[in-house]
Design a protein around this ligand. Structure first.
Ligand code: PMP
Length: 287
């Protein structure tokens, strides 16, 4: 069965899922996106992702290409046509096709595309080993809260991580403060057992998984605080982990050359990994 994608009102074979060369997404990265996990046939945190999509569009003054209810229908239809039960759905909206010129075109219609991809569910094996991150200088713009398709610094950072065999790169600003990962939010557990993650603001993307994990941590009675933390503090931490819709809760056991804790995923990371796995099948699942 060949993969089906959605392009501006049509369900098309993936190989012919095309947009025009003068789409402003292609020319200027003038667009936004969302990635929603599909677990056991259900969308995880759909409402949060669609709320963030609306917010990103509003910030860039791009008109929503369709109503929320229509979008939800298309998402489900795409899952059905692809018989997708485990993976992700990718949604991208751009300002549309127009003759190349920087200011907003007066008459462009926003473009919307959706694709799906297979992806395995959270793998408990990662609790045995964990992953590594490397630090990279924060070189991004001042509106990282907008989920824009303009991801060049993130692409370069992720490549740098891959080249040294690390899973993720953490952006670190001039003051030594960790912003977030190239495609994940960053968390630590301090020596005295406090769970720490940076507050939302213009410097980071307000992760939907981050918000859900914060809520789960509260319910678990884990002591937590939203505050910025430095790379130096992270390297001294008892635990570290990252979250995203595609990485779920992923323990980190090394940051640059520093081994975290005893080099194995710690107990708070394990608890939250498990809590999030349960959440994906229960409360967080939307049919
Ligand atoms: N930060 C960045 C820069 C990201 O690209 C992502 C993934 N979209 C996240 C954080 C995590 O967000 P979410 O939990 O909504 O996937």
């Amino acid at each position: 069965m060949s993969r089906i994608s959605y392009v501006n009102g049509r369900y098309v074979p993936h190989r012919s899922a095309l947009v025009h060369v003068e789409d402003r997404g292609y020319q200027f990265a003038d667009g936004v996106y969302e990635v929603v996990a599909v677990h056991k046939g259900k969308l995880v945190d759909e409402q949060g992702h669609l709320d963030r999509l609306d917010r990103s569009l509003w910030e860039l003054r791009i008109a929503p290409p369709m109503s929320r209810s229509a979008l939800r229908v298309v998402m489900r239809e795409l899952l059905r046509r692809n018989r997708l039960r485990q993976g992700i759905i990718y949604i991208q909206v751009t300002r549309g096709v127009a003759r190349r010129d920087h200011p907003f075109p007066v008459d462009a219609t926003p473009s919307i595309v959706m694709t799906v991809a297979l992806k395995p569910p959270p793998d408990p094996l990662v609790l045995e080993t964990g992953k590594r991150v490397v630090s990279v200088p924060e070189i991004r713009w001042g509106r990282c809260d907008i989920k824009s398709t303009s991801l060049l610094p993130n692409v370069l950072a992720k490549q740098q991580a891959r080249e040294v065999g690390a899973y993720e790169a953490w952006f670190v600003d001039g003051q030594g403060v960790v912003s977030e990962g190239a495609s994940t939010n960053a968390w630590i557990v301090t020596r005295d057992g406090q769970l720490v993650t940076r507050p939302t603001g213009n410097e980071i993307l307000g992760g939907i998984t981050r918000a859900s994990v914060l809520e789960l941590a509260r319910k678990e009675g884990i002591e937590l605080i939203e505050r910025p933390f430095t790379l130096a503090e992270a390297k001294e931490a008892r635990e570290a982990f990252i979250t995203s819709a595609t990485s779920y809760v992923l323990p980190i056991v090394q940051i640059d050359d520093a081994v975290i804790g005893n080099g194995k995923p710690g107990s708070v990371s394990r608890r939250l990994f498990e809590a999030y796995r349960v959440y994906m099948e229960g409360e967080g699942a939307e049919a």
